[in-house]
Design a protein around this ligand. Structure first.
Ligand code: ATP
Ligand code: MG
Length: 368
């Protein structure tokens, strides 16, 4: 396998909506920590508008609008353009060229086996005697492999739903290298150590908080909106009276506490317990009401979200500055991905115009 002696991160989001607390714990918070660790040579964050169009082709306005929303979310969470390059997918032609070549290395049967895509097809009703599956959507794991390899990224911090994409990407890398010679680099998926954070459920208790399911708490939600959403969250439907024993499993309030609360939060906001385990124990036993749990969760969430809201306000006052960050980042990414595309074309022997051997070989053949 081609060796990368650099540590490079690539990850990103589809601009199909504002970012929510699932994105935050699944990937975004981690990116900021990795950025500030100083352990990486380069960090690229891709706003995947071309991928978003694969299932939103009739609504480009939505994608256009959410490019700035997502950028604002990034900057408010602490992604720093001096350390992290934020770029826009559709503006990087090398990615689209790479996808086209990689498509020859993947079978349709292999694409059909991708469990995340299968699930998303169902969710979107593409298979339901509806409109059918757009080819671009069906092949998006290939385009995602182009995104990752075009930066020679070896580290991809994402949520659990992305594991099949990284697997597909690495299969393409191995296939490419074995057919055309060592060129591309395999990537490792970096999941949050806390399993709950890898796939945060929605406020409705459903398997995944997702923009498309409308069960999200957005990073930019106002305090009163967060309050409303938390107060109407799914808990244990059989926990009717405070004295009833309650269930923790599948109870979204406790899942969020697992993801966000720390011991010091108890000291500050709920000193009846010294940690989450004690609180869970009381809930299981009976005698602890949902409202008390939700109020505590709201305090914990406020502590996490308030600094993000503050930063957002500052960035919202400078939209031209945000736009400029995207433009500069995209320019830098265009150079990086262009270089990798050149290497790929050389390996594939389709670099006709920067290959003088092509002329020489022909002249030799003709005895000149
Ligand atoms: P869409 O419904 O448009 O696909 P989404 O909410 O699934 O939107 P993506 O842009 O597809 O968001 O995902 C961006 C990143 O956030 C990926 O790394 C993904 O794994 C992660 N992510 C998305 N939802 C969650 C979640 N609920 N918990 C943890 N990580 C998540
Ligand atoms: Mg998604």
């Amino acid at each position: 396998m081609a060796q990368n002696n650099k540590n490079i991160i690539l990850t990103g989001d589809r601009p199909t909506g504002k970012l929510h607390i699932g994105h935050y714990v699944g990937s975004l918070k981690r990116r900021v920590a990795l950025q500030n660790s100083g352990k990486f040579d380069d960090i690229y964050i891709l706003i995947a508008d071309a991928q978003a169009l694969t299932d939103n082709s009739d609504n480009p306005e939505k994608i256009r609008e959410n490019i700035i929303e997502v950028a604002l979310d990034y900057l408010s969470c602490g992604l720093d353009p001096a350390k992290t390059t934020i770029c826009i997918q559709s503006e990087l032609p090398a990615l689209h060229e790479l996808s086209f070549y990689y498509m020859n290395l993947v079978t349709t049967a292999r694409l059909e086996r991708n469990p995340t895509v299968k699930n998303e097809i169902k969710m979107r009703g593409f298979d339901d005697g509806g409109v059918g599956i757009p080819v671009g959507f069906y092949t998006y794991p290939i385009s995602q492999a182009a995104d990752i390899t075009a930066f020679k990224a070896n580290c991809v911090p994402v949520g659990e739903d992305q594991l099949p994409m990284i697997e597909q990407c690495n299969e393409i890398v191995r296939k490419f290298n074995s057919v055309y010679g060592d060129t591309l680099v395999e990537a490792k998926c970096m999941l949050n150590e806390n399993e709950i954070c890898r796939r945060l459920p929605g406020t409705d208790g459903k398997a995944k908080m997702s923009k498309s399911l409308g069960n999200c708490i957005y990073l930019s939600d106002k305090p009163e909106v967060v309050h409303k959403k938390i107060m109407s969250m799914y808990t244990d439907p059989n926990h009717i009276n405070i004295s009833d024993p309650g269930n923790i499993e599948g109870n979204a309030v406790f899942t969020y506490l697992d993801a966000f609360s720390r011991d010091e939060h108890f000291e500050r906001y709920l000193p009846d317990y010294s940690n989450l385990e004690e609180m869970k124990e009381h809930y299981r036993r009976g005698g602890l009401g949902d409202v008390k749990c939700k109020k505590f969760l709201e305090k914990v969430m406020t502590e996490e979200l308030e600094p993000i809201r503050e930063k957002r306000k500052a960035w919202e006052a400078d939209i031209p500055g945000v736009y400029e960050i995207l433009r500069k980042g995209t320019e830098k990414a265009r150079i990086t991905t262009g270089k990798v595309l050149s290497e790929v074309k050389t390996a594939m022997r389709i670099n006709y115009f920067d290959d003088s051997a092509l002329i020489r070989d022909w002249m030799n053949k003709l005895g000149q």
